[in-house]
Design a protein around this ligand. Sequence first.
Ligand SMILES: CC(C)(COP(=O)(O)OP(=O)(O)OC[C@H]1O[C@@H](n2cnc3c(N)ncnc32)[C@H](O)[C@@H]1OP(=O)(O)O)[C@@H](O)C(=O)NCCC(=O)NCCS
Length: 181
Amino acid sequence: MESSTWNPPTLRTDRLVIRPFTASDFPALRAYAQAQSAAEYGSWLGGAGPADAARYLVDTIARYGRPPRADLAISFEGQLIGGVAYRQIWMSPPTMELGWVIHPAFTGKGLAREAVGALLGALFGRFAELQRVEARVRASDASGIRLLERLAFVREGSIRHERSEADGALLYGLLRSEWLK
Ligand SMILES: CC(C)(COP(=O)(O)OP(=O)(O)OC[C@H]1O[C@@H](n2cnc3c(N)ncnc32)[C@H](O)[C@@H]1OP(=O)(O)O)[C@@H](O)C(=O)NCCC(=O)NCCS
């Protein structure tokens, strides 16, 4: 994939602006990161403390424009409420994995679906070779499952967990042809 396609996009939907992070986003990033249960969802920041959030922000900004990953901020009514991320996980067929997080104070409004839907359109549009997008959700995350199925993702498998099936995750996939439909 051409390296210029990794420049972080700014996407606008009816209610959201999805854009690159800046250093001034730190307090808001920290707020939505802290609001998530690290034990329940795992920590995509690499830890739960302020230093972890700061390192995540610095690394994210420094990585812009370089494969294989980009993390973007979700802004709603001028306020940072969450993030989306994509990374290339497979070369052939070219495959991306995506993730999302929304501050709990802003869930239940369809904002995650709006953000993930916009990101999918942008990814299939920018990366002409992209064949497939994957996402993992916790088996207990009913809203995450609903979100993916509403966006035409197909459940492809279960990801086991040492503790119990309920602690496990589900793997979802979306092919380019399914997205275009
Ligand atoms: C982010 C998160 C809260 C969802 O965000 P959200 O903005 O509330 O999601 P939406 O409002 O777009 O809702 C998605 C769908 O789930 C439905 N939904 C919401 N809560 C639900 C529940 N408890 N049970 C079933 N469906 C539910 C919504 O009605 C919506 O469906 P619809 O479009 O048919 O109405 C949820 O996915 C989450 O907590 N994820 C944690 C982080 C994570 O694991 N990310 C995924 C992998 S990185």
